[in-house]
Design a binder for this molecule. Structure first.
Ligand code: FAD
Ligand code: NAI
Length: 512
């Protein structure tokens, strides 16, 4: 009996899953015909195709505006799984979703220009755009006028002006960065095993240094050590004794600073797990200069004295957080109310850029009370969609009310007048209801980070309490949570297949 029921249940869930996937794929392949929005409606320009902008687009009723999207990247990137792309555990295309697919599924058409916004003229309500891709047409610079503008351009990599960072290190923010790292890891390994290589040079080439102990640095270090343990040491046993990952952090201790969103207990768990994984953590080590073969860092010793130290490296990954993009800095300089803002666009509780009335900002380029995370950016985007949908409804209702009050004045009979009066009352009631949209409120769903060796840490809000957990079960939770969060059914299938592929055959160690 038990086995028959288990069999039936398995069959049923398999059927359910296949049906769900099939429906997802059908929807993806057969978008409905789109309507053209009314040209007399307002032009809403959205900059960027990241977490903030795409979450806005997902929920926006595009028939209410003439929507224009401008981004140099014609896809959305699921950044939480980007560290896995550096080792080939996940192929980068599995976590990309074309912006064209997203836009084609909207009810009314949306224009998309693959371009970078180089300047926003706040007074004239213009965005200057430039096509920076390899292939350019006769026109590659132009302007786009806007009535309403949403800035969702994210942030740049912070380098603090430290010499040599841009020339010699890899960042970890975009797909290209992950591809570059993947290539370099294998290049270092192959060069280290080159004939007659000196021992010192082998050590240098196999020293993988990560600067910045924030979540990006921690997750990447974990993925890299996994790559070594699971695959590299098996395929290339020569490198076993010398391959080494070091995480460098300027701040004094790992507690709090390394993963600021996690509790002390989880940070201690991360530290001890790294020790077990043989990843070296070097705190109180502030990088001051970078050359092609070593970094120079100021190390604070236990007695408080400081000393400069050269640390040779083969691969250097730079993950020291966010900086403001030029286009955002320039916009800030045009608005007096932004004078005291340093880290990005200061916004009010409705995400309106302070000092303006028709510009909004979402995600990493906006300064709010929350950390610059995907979770915050996507909630902000969804909030703006609600706000804009409401604004459009309000405008429709207001013009309808105007029309009705004229009709009421022109009405011939008492009966007509009364009927119109009732309609006006109803519209006014609807208007009051739609106008009730409150300010943006972030609801924290918890923090999750992968720390290597099939372990993850999680700080999850559950009902009204908090659950802090680390370990293998958390890792399984991390995997299933991210699998459910990736953008589309297509992404879900691709990511799951990549994981299975890596488990069965190991990661691919060929250098493209
Ligand atoms: P982005 O997602 O960076 O998007 C910015 C968009 O603007 C891009 O499409 C870009 O091409 C475009 N753009 C850039 N310049 C211009 C321009 N001049 N004109 C027009 N468009 C432009 N957060 C979490 O909550 N959980 C995680 O697990 C997590 N993991 C992460 C892992 C990594 C490796 C990284 C780098 C970040 C991670 N984050 C995570 C943080 C999260 O990715 C960011 O907070 C989030 O991407 C911010 O969204 P955004 O829309 O502001 O910017
Ligand atoms: P971060 O700002 O969190 O950390 C950067 C670290 O680099 C800091 O600890 C800083 O002290 C250190 N640093 C700066 N200059 C240095 C120097 N010269 N030498 C040595 N160390 C130096 O940056 P990160 O990790 O890129 O994260 C950016 C944002 O993205 C964060 O808000 C984070 O919450 C989010 N994120 C979230 C993830 C998750 O939830 N799993 C994963 C990755 C990012």
């Amino acid at each position: 009996g038990f086995f028959r029921w288990t069999y039936r249940l398995t069959l049923l869930s398999a059927l359910g899953f296949t049906g769900y996937l099939g429906y997802g794929i059908y929807l993806l392949r057969h978008p409905a015909e789109q309507i053209e929005p009314d040209p007399s409606k307002k032009t809403l320009v959205i900059l960027g195709s990241g977490w903030g902008s795409v979450s806005l687009l997902k929920k926006l009723d595009t028939e209410n505006y003439n929507v224009v999207v401008i981004s140099p990247r014609n896809f959305f990137l699921f950044t939480p799984l980007l560290p896995s792309c550096t080792t080939g555990l996940i192929e980068h295309r599995s976590i990309m979703e074309p912006i064209r697919n997203i836009l084609r599924h909207k009810k009314a058409t949306v224009k998309y220009y693959e371009a970078e916004a180089t300047k926003i003229d706040y007074e004239k309500r213009l965005v200057y755009i430039s096509d920076d891709s390899e292939i350019k047409g006769d026109v590659s610079h132009t302007v786009v006028p806007f009535d309403m503008l949403v800035v969702g351009v994210g942030a740049e990599n912070a380098t603090f002006g430290i010499p040599g960072v841009r020339e010699h290190s890899c960042f970890l923010k975009e797909v290209g960065d992950a591809q570059k790292i993947r290539k370099r890891i294998m290049d270092c390994v192959e060069t280290a095993t080159f004939k007659d290589q000196t021992e010192e040079e082998v050590k240098r080439l196999l020293h993988m240094v990560v600067v910045g102990g924030g979540p990006t640095g921690v997750e990447f270090a974990g993925e890299l050590q996994d790559f070594f343990e699971d695959d590299l040491r098996k395929w290339i046993p020569d490198i076993q004794d010398n391959f080494h990952v070091t995480l460098v952090e300027a701040l004094p201790n790992l507690t709090r600073q390394i993963l600021p969103m996690f509790s002390k207990q989880l940070i201690e768990y991360t530290e001890s797990s790294f020790k077990e994984e043989k990843i070296t953590i070097r705190t109180k080590t502030m990088v001051k200069n970078v050359t092609d073969k070593y970094i120079e860092a100021e190390v604070t010793k236990p007695d408080g004295t400081k000393e400069m130290e050269k640390i040779p490296y083969g691969l250097l990954v730079w993950a020291t957080g966010n900086a403001v993009r030029n286009v955002v800095r320039d916009l800030m300089s045009q608005i007096p109310a932004q004078k005291n803002s340093r880290r990005g666009l200061a916004v009010n509780e409705f995400l309106v850029v302070n000092g303006t009335e028709n510009i909004w900002a979402v995600g990493d380029c906006a300064i709010t009370n929350y950390a610059p995370t995907a979770q915050v950016a996507s909630q902000e985007g969804a909030f703006l969609a609600r706000l804009f949908n409401t604004m459009a409804k309000t405008e429709d209702l207001e013009s309808e009310l105007k029309r009705l009050s004229i009709a009421q004045q022109e009405a011939k009979t008492e009966e007509d007048r009364n009927q119109i009066f009732d309609e006006i009352k109803e519209r006014q009631r609807q208007l009051r209801r739609t106008k009730q949209i409150g300010p943006f409120q972030y609801s924290h769903q918890g923090s999750l980070a992968y720390i290597g060796k099939e372990r993850a840490v999680a700080d999850i809000t559950w009902w009204s309490g908090n659950i802090a957990s680390g370990g293998t079960m958390t890792y399984l939770f991390w995997r299933s949570a991210y699998l459910s969060m990736v953008f589309s059914a297509r992404n879900r299938v691709l990511v799951a297949t990549d994981w299975i592929k890596a488990k069965v055959f190991g990661r691919d160690v060929s250098r493209e």
